[in-house]
Each structure stands twice: as structure tokens, then as C-alpha cells.
Design a protein around this ligand. Structure first.
Ligand code: AMP
Length: 131
């Protein structure tokens, strides 16, 4: 059965898409740690990130780098933090989190609240900032 993230990449479940190519998909985390929290996934369905084949994994980080640079252009932050958990969704993904302090990437803190319009506008802005 397809994972929820495969369904998102296929457009079967809505998401606030930031970018996509034939192998990867990036979208806003629906329950963000901070404004600008993005998830990057391979379209290939693999649960655990360290089971992803070498080339797909390496290229995924290069794809994520372009997204991170775009987030930086839109969301005021010191840098983009990177995290991999995978405890909730069994489809490999990288969290990109704008950081102003170490606490911004604590997964135990209360999540940021954005309206649907704010999510849409943010996804559009990040998408347009990709070089
Ligand atoms: P983890 O698997 O522990 O890395 O956590 C999964 C992450 O995916 C969490 O930060 C969730 O907020 C996020 N998430 C779960 N479902 C969706 C969805 N439908 N759209 C966007 N983000 C999601």
C-alpha cells in the first residue's frame, strides 16, 4: 500500500508543494516546528533513509540544498537545520527547519500555527525563490 507521502507526491492527497522533479518532492510540513519547515522526500518508496540507495540519497541532499537556499531567501533565519526522524511516517524524508536558535529544531516544542492562506502563500514564495 502506498505511503501517505507517496500519495502526496502523486497529488492524491493535497499538500503545500514547494518543488518537485522526477525523483523528489518537497512540501511544507503540515505541523511545522517553525514557519518554513519543509519536508523533502524521494518519490521512490523506501521507509528508512539509510536503506535508500547511495545515488538517490546523495542526490536527495543536493535537491534539499536548493530548497534550503530558497527557504533562506524567504524566511528570516540564521541557517537551515536538517533533521531525519522517520518515527511517524514510514517514507524516508528530510526535515529542513529555519533556525534562529537551537530550540527551533526541538521536536517536543509546540508547533507553529499557520492558516491555509499562509501555508499557500509561503509555499508559493519558497517555490518562486528556487534558483
Ligand atoms: P517523522 O516521521 O517523525 O519524521 O515525522 C513526520 C512529519 O511529517 C511530522 O513533522 C508531521 O507533521 C509531518 N506530516 C505528517 N503528515 C503530513 C502531511 N499530510 N502533510 C505534511 N506533513 C505531514
Amino acid at each position: 500500500m502506498a505511503t501517505i507521502f507517496s500519495k502526496i507526491a502523486a497529488g492524491e492527497i493535497p499538500s503545500y508543494k514547494v518543488a518537485e522533479d522526477n525523483r523528489y518532492f518537497a512540501f511544507l510540513d503540515i505541523n511545522p516546528l517553525v514557519k518554513g519547515h519543509v519536508l523533502v522526500i524521494p518519490k521512490q518508496e523506501v521507509d528508512y533513509i539509510f536503506d535508500v540507495d547511495d545515488k538517490t540519497l546523495a542526490d536527495m541532499m543536493v535537491f534539499a540544498k536548493r530548497i534550503a537556499k530558497a527557504i533562506e531567501r524567504v524566511v528570516p533565519c540564521k541557517r537551515i537545520g536538517v533533521a531525519v526522524l522517520g518515527l511517524e511516517v514510514p517514507h524516508a524524508h528530510i526535515h529542513l527547519v529555519p533556525l534562529n536558535s537551537e530550540a527551533d529544531i526541538s521536536f517536543q516544542k509546540p508547533r507553529a500555527k499557520l492558516s491555509p492562506d499562509e501555508f499557500s502563500e509561503l509555499a508559493k514564495q519558497i517555490s518562486e525563490a528556487i534558483v
